[in-house]
Design a protein around this ligand. Structure first.
Ligand code: GAR
Length: 195
């Protein structure tokens, strides 16, 4: 059974959907949820579902990304994951870390990539007067928010939308998209999921 570790930074709603889908579908085992923030709300939620958790506070390492990642790597390697899912993980990973998990690390990003890599995606979509917005699951490469696209979910932008209302609408599609992509991914199917 494929083993999946998930990295989070916050509430972890995408992580929860992944864990619930793996547990319900029996197609993979969630072996670890790790966070760069010991206060991340998702850690307790993961533990409540019986998943091992770990936290490595990036603030303790200042600007030394390599030292932070060396510490983060310990629980990850102990968990022996086949696939690593970034789910609202808000630290940029070094090329060394990414290369170690080449071809087995996924990320969900709240825009229709290649549009709007980086932060403030919903505000940027509104500023550009886009008719639609959405989310993307892609394989992680050393280039931020780049890499082969494995799925996208689209939603309309509605009159009166704010970055918050648009983010909430996109998040509901994220929750369907990420588990659908993971199911295909662990089965070796790289054809994109389009929602
Ligand atoms: C999600 O919208 C995810 O796409 C985004 O953070 C949110 C996390 O929510 N990720 C990024 O912006 C990555 N650059 P969650 O903790 O409830 O899953």
């Amino acid at each position: 059974m494929p083993r999946v570790a998930i990295l989070i930074s916050g509430g972890g709603s995408n992580m929860l959907r992944l864990v619930e889908d793996m547990q319900a579908g029996g197609y993979a085992t969630p072996v670890l949820v790790a966070s760069n923030d010991p206060g991340a709300g998702g850690l307790a939620k993961a533990a409540a579902l019986g998943v091992a958790t770990a936290a490595v506070d990036h603030k303790l390492f200042g600007k030394d990304r390599a030292a932070f990642e060396a510490e983060l790597l310990k629980p990850i390697l102990s968990a022996e994951p086949d696939v690593l899912c970034l789910a609202g993980f808000m630290r940029v990973l070094t090329p060394e870390f990414v290369t170690r998990f080449a071809g087995r690390m996924l990320n969900i990003h709240p825009s229709l990539l290649p549009k709007y890599p980086g932060l403030h995606t919903h505000a940027r979509a509104l500023e550009a007067d886009d008719a639609e917005a959405g989310c993307t699951v892609h394989e992680v490469t050393p280039v931020l928010d780049d890499g082969p696209i494995l799925g996208q979910g689209r939603v309309p932008v509605l009159a009166g939308d704010t970055p918050e209302t648009l983010a909430a609408r996109v998040l509901t599609v994220e929750h369907r998209l990420y588990p659908a992509v993971l199911r295909r991914y662990v089965a070796g199917d790289r054809s994109p999921v389009l929602l």
